[in-house]
Design a protein around this ligand. Structure first.
Ligand code: GLN
Length: 204
């Protein structure tokens, strides 16, 4: 059975765990580095990226998590989680720095700092899905192997790079499970590729 870790330092941890349980997937709150090795994928929830980033360091999780992701562990960052993944944060030092995206924090400004809309995102599903933004970042640009999955009024709000998925919005605050299903497929793919990777490693 698939085990999905949810980084449980701060933010919308319970909401993600609840969605996973609705999908019949085992969700595991992750606070210690040993726990990362036991999951098939990791969700980095929304919250406050500066707080989660500081706690990642304090808990000694930053480097282990970075190593696992670099080695292919599927990861999905929502909102603050997206910020944690970015190689570039405008005006700030990156945290995990694993994904080729440049991020603008609190990008929507005061007037519209939180809003809800809906959009068809072909990568995730064929019908419009609700998108909830809460003091959200957006992605200014992607480079390297990162690919845009959704643009909203000229701003990138979802992207994918190999084993990494980033959404500026919060599917865990809606009933829609399309992004969860997409991420679960990523973990299935990684499992197969993981075998290939392990076996090429052994023959080298
Ligand atoms: N504004 C938060 C940050 O910059 C992100 C908000 C969220 O995760 N809902 O970290």
């Amino acid at each position: 059975k698939t085990h999905i870790g949810v980084l449980a330092l701060q933010g919308s941890v319970d909401e993600h765990l609840e969605c996973l349980s609705r999908l019949g997937v085992r969700g595991v709150p992750v606070k210690r580095k040993e726990e990362i090795a036991a999951v098939d994928g990791m969700i980095l929830p929304g919250g406050e990226s500066t707080t989660i980033g500081r706690l990642l360091r304090d808990f000694g999780l930053l480097d282990p998590l970075k190593d696992h992701i670099t080695n292919g562990l599927p990861v999905w960052g929502t909102c603050a989680g997206l910020i944690l993944l970015a190689k570039h944060i405008l005006g700030e030092t990156p945290y995990l720095g694993v994904m080729d995206i440049t991020v603008r924090r609190n990008a929507y400004g005061r007037q519209v700092d939180s809003f809800k809309t809906s959009e068809i995102i072909p990568a995730f599903g064929q019908s419009p899905m609700p998108l909830v933004f809460i003091r959200a970042p957006y992605i200014e640009s992607v480079s390297g192997g990162a690919e845009v999955l959704c643009e909203l009024e000229g701003h990138i709000v979802a992207a994918r790079q190999r084993n990494m998925l980033a959404t500026a919005f919060h599917p865990e605050l809606t009933e829609n499970i399309d992004v969860y299903q997409y991420f679960l497929r990523m973990t299935e793919e990684a499992r197969c590729q993981g075998f290939i990777w392990e076996s090429t490693k052994k023959t080298n």
